[in-house]
Design a protein around this ligand. Structure first.
Ligand SMILES: [Zn+2]
Length: 258
């Protein structure tokens, strides 16, 4: 993996956003790999394919690329139409998302991460304000992807702060939460919510009491559930079975880093 863009490729372009698109897409095509199966080199879909930008010819995973000229990924990423995005999430047609940040003065990659499609829930898709009446597409509603709501285990860096992460690490982190693909709707929502609660506890070892402190917050989200504590313990058991946490003494848990 080489972190520098092949800038000569944009010699024939003058439009800034076109230049950025050509360089970033080309970089991903030549430098990324499939985090699912490890296949080197991804293939590009024809331009304007509505579903995704890249695919893996070996395992058929699909990837969409979002990039911006910045150092950090930040908290949110601007995406397309809100209704389309929600539809995609619910229909399972959602691709995995690559996020790329780069330095435009040096044309170099700063951060490159993937959020697997199974981490996408409607919680992370935030509706933007409709475009004003004077806009060309008046009334159109876009969305932002709020990545602060994606648990740490779902933010898989291939490059972090200009440092290339070992491919083995990337693939094992990917494999570590693939089980989420079999979960849908509220069942998946609960697992991801508890993952986020665990992330929010600033200790490697935590107690049941620590995690119960989120009861009120969860009750607000699931007002019809009168057994929030039971539900929390059920998710903890599930996460233990999947190797994301370890049960220590009675009521004490340890985080396992993927
Ligand atoms: Zn693959």
């Amino acid at each position: 993996m080489n972190l520098t863009f092949d800038t000569y490729l944009s010699d024939n372009y003058t439009n800034k956003s076109q230049i950025a698109r050509v360089l970033t897409e080309n970089w991903v095509k030549n430098n990324s790999y499939c985090p699912n199966c490890g296949e080197i080199n991804l293939n590009e879909f024809e331009n304007n394919k509505p579903v995704a930008d890249f695919y893996c010819s070996k395992c058929s995973e699909q990837f969409e690329l979002k990039s911006k000229n910045a150092f950090d990924i930040g908290n949110k990423i601007v995406d397309g139409a809100y209704s389309t995005m929600i539809k995609r999430i619910n229909s399972d047609e959602n691709p995995n998302f690559f996020f790329l940040t780069y330095d435009k003065t040096k044309w170099e990659v700063n951060n490159f991460l993937i959020i697997p499609k199974h981490y996408f829930t409607s919680d992370i898709i935030i509706k933007r304000k409709p475009l004003s009446n004077t806009a060309r597409r008046a009334g159109w509603i876009g969305c932002n992807i709020d990545i602060t709501k994606v648990p740490e285990s779902g933010r898989i860096f291939l490059v972090k702060n200009s440092e290339i992460i070992l491919k083995e690490k990337v693939q094992s982190k990917w494999k570590g939460t693939e089980f989420l693909r079999t979960r849908k709707g509220e069942s998946k929502g609960w697992i991801i919510d508890i993952m986020n609660c665990i992330d929010a506890i600033q200790k490697e070892t935590f107690t049941l009491k620590d995690i119960y402190s989120f009861e009120g917050q969860l009750k607000q989200k699931y007002p019809n559930n009168n057994f929030v504590k039971d539900k929390i313990r059920q998710q903890l058991q599930f996460l233990r079975d999947k190797g994301l946490i370890e049960f220590k003494n009675r009521g004490t848990y340890k985080k396992i880093k993927l």
